[in-house]
Each structure stands twice: as structure tokens, then as C-alpha cells.
Design a protein around this ligand. Structure first.
Ligand code: AMP
Length: 293
């Protein structure tokens, strides 16, 4: 599908575009990204185009969500390729602001902090990361106004945090979670996969395989979360190139650890492979799931 895709760089222009779309009766869809779009991002754009009349994709490498020793400077960027992908997916507006447009006074005086959900998992390993995410997404929600906003389950903790923020702050935004998209060999698609050397790329799907084998174990009756986590850790550690940040088995909504997997649980992990930090997750469930009381 082709659409007229407009590249906008100012907050005012995007706000006007969203307001005019709604005034015409259009349902607005928002897809926030950091660009270098791949099939995972494109699946969000397609979901938005299927369910909304006017799709806004944002491309902004948000400095606020990177720690001082993280990869902000080398994060991959290719605006021309991103525009072509957005055009092909029927996106109406690409919002690609400068850092100055988003943060005229850097760092901003006001930030958004979601408590509890951000304390574990990636939040424990990347101090300040989720405050950066929620601050930029709150701004994008405020700029766009009433809309459906699409986020991938690849970043399961991020999705839970943003959904909580939208509820707590009464944003007129329906947060929509979309399925995690993988390569044919199971590796979760990520812009950061571009950092992997060929040797690292060859072992990167081990993360998926560890999760998938754990999923099979849970489905056949091993519902002890500590044992499942230990199993995943040992499968990953069998390849010495990996350093595990965390492996956790948590409730998919509250992200609180579960001890017994008697209903669907989120098995989530982060691991470093050379200089690249990878995350992955899978929902695991006993088969058949124990009925809720
Ligand atoms: P990012 O550009 O990494 O900030 O990601 C932008 C959006 O795309 C987020 O909502 C991500 O969860 C989503 N996304 C990234 N990779 C994938 C994937 N492999 N499958 C599904 N969604 C993804």
C-alpha cells in the first residue's frame, strides 16, 4: 500500500496534523520508535494502518533513555530507509524531531517516573532508563492527543510501564501490545542486532532456544519458576560469550516474580553478547492452564 507520507519535524506541525485528522473523523494511530526500522517495527505500523485511519510514526533516538556508558552515539540511524518503510506501510506522518525540538532545556525539568514496575528486570540494570522512556512517550501522547498507540511485546516491561502510565495519568490513549517478531532462527528482531559480529550472530538465537525449551518444560508440567529460571540460565551460560543481566519469571501485568507457574507467566531475560545487550521474553503456561479460582 502507498500513502502520501509527510515528514514533520516540529511538535506544532504534528499536533496540527493529528487535530485535523480527528476533526475529519479519523481514528489516529501512533507508533513510537527510535528508527532503523525492521520487520518488528513494520508489524506495528501494519497493525496501526489496519485499525486506524491516520497513522503517525515517530522516529527519535531519545537521549534521555540511554545511560552514560550506553550506545547513544553509535545507535544505528537511516532516516531515508525509514521513510521508505513508512511509505510502504501506509504511514501518513513521520515525526522525526531534533533533540532540541523535544528537549529545549536539556535535561528537561519535568520527567515522568512510574514506580514499582520499573524497579526490576531492565529497570534494575539500566538506572533511569524507564524514566527516559516514560518522559518521551508522555510527550508524544501529549503532542498526538487522543489515539491508539502501538508497542511491541519484545519490550514487555516497557509495554507494562507505558500502559500503567497511560492509566495513571489519564492520557486519552489506548495502549495496544503487538506480538514479538523473530528472525527465522528465532532471534528477536532488534535494531541492535546490527552490532553483532558474524560469530555473535550465530549464537544469538540461543536466547530464544533457551526460552522455547523452558516453555516446553512448563507446558509438560515443570511449573517451579526457580527451576525454570535456573534451566534458562544454564542453557545461556553454556555459551561463554554471553553474560546474563537477568532471567526472571514474572506476572505479565504486575511484573512481580511468580514462584509457581500455574497460569501464564512472562519469562524474560537480558544478556550481553560482546558489546551488545539483547533482551528476549516468552509467555510460558502449563498445559492445560490451571483454571483461575
Ligand atoms: P525501538 O525502536 O527499539 O524503540 O522500538 C520501537 C517499538 O518497536 C517498540 O514498541 C518495540 O517494542 C517495537 N519492537 C522492536 N522490536 C520488535 C520486535 N522484534 N517485535 C515486535 N515489536 C518490536
Amino acid at each position: 500500500m502507498t500513502a502520501m507520507t509527510e515528514l514533520l519535524t516540529t511538535i506544532e506541525a504534528v499536533r496540527d496534523a493529528a487535530d485535523s485528522a480527528r476533526a475529519r473523523g479519523a481514528r489516529v494511530g501512533l507508533v513510537p520508535t527510535m528508527g532503523y526500522l525492521h520487520e518488528g517495527h513494520r508489524s506495528l505500523l501494519r497493525a496501526a494502518a489496519a485499525e486506524c485511519d491516520f497513522v503517525i510514526a515517530t522516529i527519535f533516538v531519545n537521549p534521555l533513555q540511554f545511560g552514560p556508558s550506553e550506545d547513544l552515539d553509535r545507535y544505528p540511524r537511516d532516516l531515508d530507509a525509514d521513510l521508505a518503510a513508512c511509505r510502504a506501510e501506509g504511514v501518513h506522518v513521520v515525526f522525526a524531531p531534533s533533540v532540541e525540538e523535544m528537549y529545549p532545556s536539556a535535561p528537561p525539568a519535568t520527567t515522568v517516573h512510574v514506580a514499582r514496575l520499573t524497579e526490576r528486570m531492565c529497570g534494575a540494570h539500566r538506572p533511569g532508563h524507564f524514566d527516559g522512556v516514560t518522559t518521551v512517550v508522555a510527550k508524544l501522547f501529549a503532542i498526538t492527543g487522543s489515539c491508539r498507540a502501538y508497542f511491541g511485546r519484545k519490550d514487555a516491561q516497557q509495554l507494562a510501564v507505558i500502559a500503567q502510565m497511560a492509566r495513571d495519568l489519564d492520557f486519552p490513549v489506548e495502549v495496544v501490545g503487538c506480538p514479538l517478531v523473530r528472525e527465522a532462527d528465532g532471534l528477536a528482531l532488534s535494531s541492535r542486532n546490527a552490532y553483532l559480529t558474524p560469530a555473535e550472530r550465530a549464537v544469538a538465537p540461543n536466547l530464544f532456544r533457551a526460552l522455547d525449551d523452558a516453555r516446553a518444560s512448563v507446558a509438560t508440567g515443570d511449573v517451579d519458576a526457580a527451576r525454570i529460571v535456573a534451566f534458562v540460565r544454564s542453557r545461556i551460560e553454556a555459551e561463554p560469550r554471553f553474560t546474563i543481566d537477568y532471567v526472571e519469571c514474572v506476572d505479565p501485568d504486575t511484573l512481580e516474580p511468580v514462584a509457581r507457574i500455574d497460569r501464564p507467566a512472562l519469562l524474560a531475560l537480558a544478556a550481553r553478547l560482546g558489546a551488545t545487550r539483547l533482551i528476549d521474553n516468552m509467555v510460558v503456561a502449563p498445559d492445560p492452564p490451571t483454571a483461575n479460582p
